[in-house]
Design a protein around this ligand. Structure first.
Ligand code: GTQ
Ligand code: FE2
Length: 318
C-alpha cells in the first residue's frame, strides 16, 4: 500500500519538476541557524608582508584599490568572509591616490597602521589614524590618498553581499581622479577617532564590571540619530581586561573582528585562535565564541546585526 503511494509521489515529483515545481515535503536544505562560513583568522605577521609585496607589484592607480580580500575558506569564489559581509585589507603608499568612485554598498574603514593618509567622502577630507573608524555611506564619492612617508593600511568592511542579493549593486567612476575638497566644516559625523573611543571605553570601565562574555563593549552610533552608522552593519569596540576569561556566547549575526591592542585567544566554534594586534578573525553566525585576554585587549568588530534587527531575525544565547 505505502509502496504504491511512494511510487505515486515519485511520479508526481518528476511530473511537476518539468513545470519548475518541487514538493516542500522533499526539501533537504538547511532549516537551522548558522551558515556555511567557517571560523578563520588572518594574522598580521602573514598579511603585512603580503600587503607590502602587493605594493611592489601594483600601483594603487592600476589596482584602483590595492586590497587583499579576506575570503572565507568555506565560501570560495564569493569574495565574502561570511555570506553577508565583505572584508579586505587595503594598502596605500606615500604619494599615491586611490581614485574617486561611488557604489551602492556601504563601507567602513578601521585604520590599522600608518599615519598621513586621508579618505575623502563627498568632498569631506577625513584624516586616517590607527584605531580610527570611518564611515563611507553608500553612493557617496570617495577617494583615498597618502601624504605621509610610510605605507598606510586599513581594514575595509562592506555590505556588498546585500546589494548583490537584492540586485541593486551600482557603481560609477568620478570624471577626475580626486574630488574637489569641500571647505573644512564642523566636526565630522563620519569619523570616530580612536582617542575618543578609548576615552569612552575608559569611562565605561569605571562605571561597572565587565560583561561576562563581552567585557566592556560599546556600539558606535550616529551622533545625531543615535542609530547604527549603517542600515546593515553594527560596529563595535570592546575592551577585555588582562586576565579576562569570558563566557560562551553566540548570536545570529556574523562578525569580523580586528585586534587593535593586546594579546589573547578566541575560541570560535571549538577552534582556538591566538591573536595579536592587527589580526583579523571571523565569527560566523551562531558559532559559539569565548574570549580570553592575556593582556588588556581592545578589539574592533562589525557585523550584520543592524540588518538582522531591522528585519526581526536577530537572536543571541549565552
Ligand atoms: O576603498 O573604495 O576593499 O570600493 C572594496 C571596494 C575597498 C574602497 C574595498 C571598495 C573599496
Ligand atoms: Fe569604494
Amino acid at each position: 500500500m505505502s509502496a504504491v503511494v511512494n511510487s505515486d509521489l515519485a511520479r508526481f515529483s518528476k511530473e511537476i519538476a518539468e513545470l519548475g515545481l518541487k514538493p516542500l515535503w522533499e526539501r533537504v536544505m538547511r532549516l537551522k541557524a548558522g551558515t556555511d562560513a567557517r571560523p578563520a583568522i588572518w594574522r598580521w605577521r602573514d598579511t603585512r608582508p603580503l600587503l607590502m609585496r602587493a605594493c611592489e607589484l601594483i600601483t594603487a592607480k592600476q589596482a584602483e584599490r590595492r586590497v587583499l580580500m579576506l575570503e572565507n575558506p568555506s565560501l570560495p569564489g564569493t569574495t565574502f568572509i561570511t555570506p553577508a559581509l565583505f572584508a579586505g585589507l587595503q594598502a596605500i603608499l606615500p604619494g599615491e591616490i586611490a581614485p574617486t568612485h561611488r557604489h551602492t554598498p556601504n563601507a567602513l574603514r578601521l585604520i590599522v597602521e600608518g599615519e598621513g593618509a586621508y579618505t575623502a567622502v563627498d568632498g569631506e577630507r577625513i584624516p586616517m589614524r590607527p584605531g580610527d573608524f570611518i564611515v563611507t555611506p553608500g553612493w557617496t564619492w570617495h577617494d583615498h590618498g597618502n601624504e605621509g612617508s610610510a605605507p598606510v593600511v586599513w581594514l575595509d568592511g562592506l555590505d556588498t553581499a546585500f546589494a548583490n542579493l537584492f540586485g541593486a549593486h551600482f557603481r560609477e567612476d568620478y570624471p577626475e581622479e580626486r574630488q574637489r575638497a569641500a571647505p573644512p566644516g564642523s566636526e565630522s559625523f563620519l569619523s570616530f577617532p580612536y582617542e575618543r573611543t578609548r576615552a569612552n571605553l575608559e569611562r565605561l570601565s569605571k562605571g561597572g564590571n565587565p560583561h561576562p562574555c563581552h567585557g566592556w563593549k560599546l556600539r558606535y552610533t550616529h551622533r545625531d540619530t543615535g542609530k547604527d552608522p549603517f542600515p546593515t552593519l553594527a560596529v563595535f569596540m570592546q575592551w577585555l581586561p588582562g586576565g579576562f576569561t569570558g563566557g560562551r556566547h553566540r548570536s545570529t549575526d556574523g562578525a569580523v573582528y580586528c585586534v587593535v591592542e593586546g594579546r589573547g585567544s578566541a575560541d570560535v566554534g571549538g577552534e582556538r585562535f591566538d591573536f595579536a594586534p592587527h589580526d583579523v578573525f571571523v565569527v560566523p553566525s551562531w558559532e559559539i565564541r569565548r574570549f580570553e585576554a592575556a593582556t588588556d585587549c581592545v578589539i574592533f568588530s562589525y557585523s550584520d546585526r543592524a540588518a538582522q534587527e531591522a528585519l526581526g531575525f536577530w537572536r543571541e544565547e549565552s
